[in-house]
Design a protein. Structure first.
Length: 200
């Protein structure tokens, strides 16, 4: 199926304004919104070729240009950075290769290390106080430089379960700055116990 065919099929499934039906999960407790007054956006047609992401098609890469900023932990091939300011969650960080690589570009060494680091970070964040689950996300629609993001869901906040966590995150008050820094530092030190260096 071509993207155009995919789109035509989706529009046939939508209403006269190209609005798709509400998702089934709008009936679940994890959906952040009440349905009253809420409607889906009209589905836009495909844009092909897609515009270049940050760091591709000759555009400068923000990740490469700022790789050393806010680094919590690093080794010769990877850096773990915070987001520079508190999130609405107890923990958030991004794991990036030092080299300008996307997920599919990783060689065997990078790929194996990514797996091990993902497990270590998950373990270290789960060991922080008050964590219910660690969510690991890779989207990459904005930037071409691989950034695997880790978000901690607070324990017991069951509405924050699942893929809507980033939406809830934006609505929640910012986590205290000192506790944000302390959590990042704790995770960085736990990682450094297995290799690499904790900064700060
Ligand atoms: Zn880059």
């Amino acid at each position: 199926m071509t993207p155009e065919e995919f789109y035509a099929r989706a529009v046939a499934h939508a209403d006269g304004e190209r609005r798709l039906p509400m998702p089934a999960q709008s009936m679940w407790e994890i959906f952040p919104f009440e349905l009253d007054g809420l409607r889906t956006k009209p589905l836009d047609p495909p844009v092909l070729p897609e515009p270049p992401r940050n760091g591709e098609g000759g555009t400068p890469c923000r990740a490469c240009d700022h790789l050393d900023e806010g680094v919590a932990w690093s080794d010769e091939r990877w850096v773990l950075t915070g987001f520079g300011e508190p999130l609405g969650l107890p923990f958030g960080a991004a794991l990036m290769p030092r080299a300008h690589l996307d997920l599919g570009d990783l060689d065997e060494v990078h790929a194996a290390e990514l797996g091990m680091l993902t497990v270590r970070i998950d373990r270290a964040v789960n060991a922080l106080d008050g964590i219910g689950r660690v969510h690991v996300n890779k989207w990459g629609d904005g930037g071409a430089h691989l950034h695997l993001m880790f978000f901690a869901r607070p324990a017991g906040l069951l509405q924050l379960r699942g893929s809507n966590l980033p939406l809830w995150e934006e609505m929640l008050p910012r986590f205290p700055e000192e506790e944000t820094a302390a959590n990042l530092r704790t995770v960085a030190r736990a990682l450094a116990a297995d290799g690499g260096v904790a900064h700060g």
